[in-house]
Design a protein around this ligand. Structure first.
Ligand code: XUL
Ligand code: MN
Length: 343
């Protein structure tokens, strides 16, 4: 059982409130100030996309120096870097996907971009590369050959694994958005693909709660399955109110019991003891003004910590007795009482 956790968030979790239907409505927060805010909120790590850390305009000879400057800013703020994620979805070159694009030149550019992200990660002091394969799917199924696409995934992963012997690749899978039809919609798909790479032991997952929910699955069960494989190397906790767009709501705000089950699985299976971090991929509501647009982070962290207390306090022998007598109504009531602070 582990009850001591480290927390992280991405620089994108302090954003300007833009959405697909409206422009930014909050002032942008300078980078160093974001780090200070995260530290003040009790966070230990920060997460980056490759170009959050080193903009694409920086010439290749200066990438390492710029990454070193970012590392010192993080160190000055008292934060470590949890991971770097190559942003393989924005460049017009990746319009048809990066890893699975039909155009070989785009696939080569994706590998080059992935290697650049590894270079940045090395300087920032992390061996975790998170891969959210955003455009690796299709709008219509006839557009790509699925078997060739799976081969291309393996080729991409093998390329990065060969490039650096220390990195770990964490697939963060999502079933839809921005694409209608994604390849490898679930964690289980990615784990099955990982087994076909050159080094399966270096390919694992980061599971985002909202992504599991969008898939119609329970996140705690997806996380348990990854833990069972020894491959839950990161989490993005948040909440999601049904099958809509990816909402990134504060953790526990839509379904408290689902959040409890996530925490309970992490607590009871030693998540964190090998350096795994609790990431909170939450967005402030668009209505929040700048000075109040950190409460999504503090509320999510507090919710996690309170649910750890609930998990620790649960009467496990009572639970075992209720399981043994198959009194699942009694078990249901015990959990609901615990969540309401009654037991
Ligand atoms: C997308 C998402 C990303 C990844 C990092 O839904 O969650 O922010 O976490 O690329
Ligand atoms: Mn995420």
């Amino acid at each position: 059982m582990n009850t001591k956790f480290s927390f992280s968030a991405g620089v994108w979790n302090l954003n300007r409130g833009e959405d697909p239907f409206g422009p930014p409505i909050r002032a942008s927060i300078p980078f160093a100030e974001k780090l200070q805010k995260l530290k003040a909120l009790g966070f230990d790590y920060v997460q980056f996309h490759d170009d959050d850390a080193v903009p694409l305009g920086v010439s290749p000879v200066n990438v390492a120096a710029e990454a070193a400057r970012v590392r010192s800013l993080c160190e000055d703020a008292g934060l470590g870097v949890e991971f770097v994620a190559p942003r393989l979805w924005e460049d017009p070159l990746f319009v048809d996907g990066a890893i699975t694009a039909n155009d070989a030149a785009a696939r080569q550019a994706a590998m080059d971009r992935g290697k650049r992200a590894v270079d940045i990660a090395r300087v920032l002091g992390t061996h975790r590369i998170v891969l959210w394969p955003a455009r690796e799917g299709t709008y219509i199924r006839e557009a790509k050959d699925p078997l060739a696409s799976f081969d291309r995934f393996v080729e991409f992963l093998n390329c990065l694994l060969a490039y650096d012997p220390d990195i770990r690749i964490l697939g963060e899978m999502k079933p839809n958005e921005p694409m209608d039809l994604m390849y490898l919609a679930s964690t289980a798909h990615f784990l099955a693909l990982a087994a076909r790479t050159a080094e399966p032991d270096r390919v694992g997952t980061l599971i985002e709660a909202a992504h599991s929910i969008l898939l119609g699955l329970d996140p705690s069960e997806e996380m348990a399955f990854a833990i069972w494989h020894g491959k839950l190397w990161g989490v993005h906790l948040n909440d999601q109110d049904g099958l809509k767009f990816d909402e990134d709501k504060s953790f526990g705000s839509a379904n408290l019991r689902r959040a409890f089950n996530i925490v309970d699985v992490l607590v009871n299976n030693d998540y964190g003891l090998k350096g795994e971090v609790v990431g909170l991929d939450v967005k402030a509501m668009r209505t929040q003004p700048t000075d109040m647009a950190t409460k999504h982070l503090s509320n999510s962290k507090r919710m996690f910590e309170r649910l750890v207390e609930v998990s620790v306090k649960l009467d496990r022998s009572a639970i075992n007795a209720l399981r043994a007598s198959r009194d699942y109504e009694g078990l249901d009531a015990l959990i609901l009482d615990a969540l309401m602070g009654v037991r």
